[in-house]
Design a binder for this molecule. Structure first.
Ligand code: PNS
Length: 360
């Protein structure tokens, strides 16, 4: 068992021996922290049923301010302390050896508040999960405003639903395990339709990658529709594409910034390297792509599947192009502009002006 990310990345952790522990698998832990990425730095993190402490110590490695780890076994608690000391984090890790629900009650009485709570009780005893979750979800309990609670549980049993101040946001399955994410904020801010705000616009951050050489009306249509659906859209110019671009990455990002200025939840940037790594760094769980004709499909399917193999937990979502843009592509726009044709119908005015400048 090793720390997967952050300053202690790659460091090995001791695990309790001779005890039937079921540590959160590396794959699940990686996906958990990819999803939690924006919430970890500076957070107060509570790791219930901590085992050898892999989840809580991972949070410290990734910048959590303080972690409380709760474990009933004396032997496991001793190992957590040793692991924390070996990573140089003993000062930011508090290990409590007692039953989770009782500790939560005690922490609530002391006024302690947490930004992130993780609980993975033994799968066989569903009642423990429900009891502990109910304790965590009490109003005026241990949850800071906007807290996130994540429960790991058996995939064969249904996901727990809304409880106390918590409402379920999403579940993600990893073979036998399911991670269910709850938000405290959503439960206290119902919309007029009764659904939590963040469920109306998917809580996800989406990355829309491409060459955007240059951005066309077809791209803009996808960006605008994605901005309606997702909390935030990061339009990402790939700088290591094998194509020789007409515009530099900076020019492409600038153009995107200009044409998306009216969208408050969209920002443009560039990236190099693997798309899925970039998406994870952004805290994104969705990759957005546009699909025009059937001819796009095979290539896009291949990329989406490959991306999923490289990194689980990132979903590709396709937007079908609007009929007006069915045959529109950046290459065709460039060709028309190069040969002196008018591209007014195909690109935003700012891009048309830039093309005219390039081919003057
Ligand atoms: O607009 P494009 O040129 O068709 O965009 C292609 C892009 C940039 C989305 C794709 O090439 C990409 O994702 N590049 C990043 C490198 C990467 O992650 N490659 C593995 C994909 S399976």
């Amino acid at each position: 068992m090793r720390i997967i990310g952050g300053e202690a990345r790659g460091r090995r952790l001791k695990a309790p021996r001779g005890r039937a522990v079921r540590p959160t698998s590396d794959r699940t832990r990686e996906a958990l922290f990819d999803i939690l990425a924006p919430h970890i730095p500076g957070s107060r993190f509570l790791d219930l049923f901590a085992g050898a402490g892999a989840v809580g110590l991972e949070a410290l490695s990734r910048g959590a301010r303080e972690v409380v780890l709760v474990e009933t076994s004396e032997r496991a608690a001793k190992i957590i302390r040793e692991n924390a000391a070996a990573l140089g984090h003993a000062d930011r890790a508090t290990v409590l050896c007692a039953k989770a629900a009782a500790v939560v009650r005690g922490l609530a009485a002391s006024g302690a508040k947490f930004d992130v709570v993780f609980l993975d009780p033994p799968y066989r005893d569903r009642a423990v999960l429900e009891r502990t979750l109910a304790e965590v979800a009490r109003p005026d309990g241990i949850l800071a405003p906007d807290a996130i609670v994540v429960a790991e549980h058996d995939a064969r049993a249904p996901s727990p639903q809304a409880v106390g101040v918590l409402s379920k946001q999403r579940s993600r399955r990893f073979s036998e395990a399911v991670l269910t994410f709850f938000s405290a904020a959503a439960a206290t801010q119902p919309t007029s339709k009764g659904a939590p705000m963040s469920e109306k616009r998917a809580v996800a951050i989406a990355v829309y990658p491409g060459s955007f050489d240059p951005v066309t009306n077809g791209h803009l249509d996808v960006i605008e529709r994605a901005a309606e659906l997702f909390q935030e859209v990061v339009v990402a110019v790939a700088v290591n594409s094998s194509k020789a671009p007409l515009f530099t990455a900076e020019e492409r990002v600038e153009m995107l910034g200009e044409v998306c200025a009216h969208l408050d939840n969209v920002r443009a940037t560039s990236f190099s390297g693997l798309l899925v790594e970039f998406a994870a760094q952004q805290g994104a769980s969705v990759v957005v792509k546009g699909l025009r004709a059937v001819s796009d499909f095979e290539y896009e399917l291949q990329q989406a599947l490959m991306n999923r193999i490289i990194k689980d937990g990132i979903e590709t979502v396709f937007f079908m192009t609007s009929p007006d843009n069915l045959f529109l592509s950046s290459s065709m726009v460039k060709e028309i502009a190069r040969l002196g044709g008018d591209v007014e119908r195909f690109v935003p005015p700012q891009v048309r002006a830039r093309l005219a400048e390039k081919f003057r």
